[in-house]
Design a protein around this ligand. Structure first.
Ligand code: SAM
Length: 211
């Protein structure tokens, strides 16, 4: 999987000083290097653009790498709402989005994403694009909550659904494997979703909402 990803990144992903700056800052702050892969980031930009999404919800901001990729896909009317557990990560991501030119098109809600999702539901907010990339154990809960906030035809994308390839290996005990297997099973069979798993980066689930 690593060789294939290196090949995809090498052939299809352009050098990007803005995103490389985000990765360097994450490294300098001693944060875990768990941003989406460059190819996944490019795909996020393309998916937002292709669906012409304008109300994007991200779960898990870290340093803003995927946030920039999502924002690059929408036009002047687009807006990103990003949910992040850690206040200092949200501040770093916010600074990076501002530096990339999207400062007025993003807001961060800090604290556990499930609380923020309940708050958004209470406000009757809806979204046409979701990117799930927070704690893996809650992916099934996030899917259910996102569906409640989704417009008909919305896209739900989730990262790390291959869990390093371990979802396909019998008896593999790798961390998050069971959570990802359950999530993939639920998403693939859900009556309100049409979904597929793309083996880009650590695996992206792409699902279209049918209400
Ligand atoms: N999407 C980011 C990117 O590619 O640039 C990477 C996100 S990183 C894989 C996961 C993020 O989820 C971390 O920043 C972590 O603090 C956050 N997180 C973990 N548990 C969370 C929770 N319960 N609610 C909200 N965010 C959470």
């Amino acid at each position: 999987m690593e060789e294939i990803n290196s090949y995809i990144n090498k052939v299809f992903v352009e050098q990007d000083e803005v995103l490389e700056g985000v990765l360097a800052a994450i490294n300098a702050q001693g944060m875990r290097p768990i941003s989406v892969s460059p190819a996944s980031g490019k795909l996020l930009t393309m998916l937002v653009a292709m669906t012409e999404a304008e109300r994007v919800l991200e779960l898990g901001a870290l340093g803003g790498y995927s946030g920039i990729c999502l924002a690059r896909g929408f036009g002047e009317k687009g807006h990103l709402t990003s949910l992040e557990l850690e206040q200092d990560y949200a501040e770093l991501a916010n600074a990076h989005l501002a530096k990339a030119g999207f400062g007025s098109q993003v807001n961060y809600l800090t604290g556990p994403a499930l609380d923020s999702l309940a708050q958004l539901k209470g406000q009757r907010r809806t979204f046409d694009f979701f990117f799930i990339d927070a704690d893996k154990e809650n992916y099934e809960n996030y899917l259910a909550a996102c569906l409640e906030l989704a417009e008909n035809g919305a896209l739900i994308v989730a990262d790390n659904v291959l869990a390093g390839g371990s979802v396909a290996e019998a008896g593999e005990e790798r961390q998050h494997t069971e959570a990802m297997k359950k999530f993939n099973g639920t998403a693939s069979r859900h009556p309100q979703l049409e979904s597929i798993l793309l083996p880009v980066g650590d695996g992206l689930l792409v699902a279209r909402v049918k209400k």
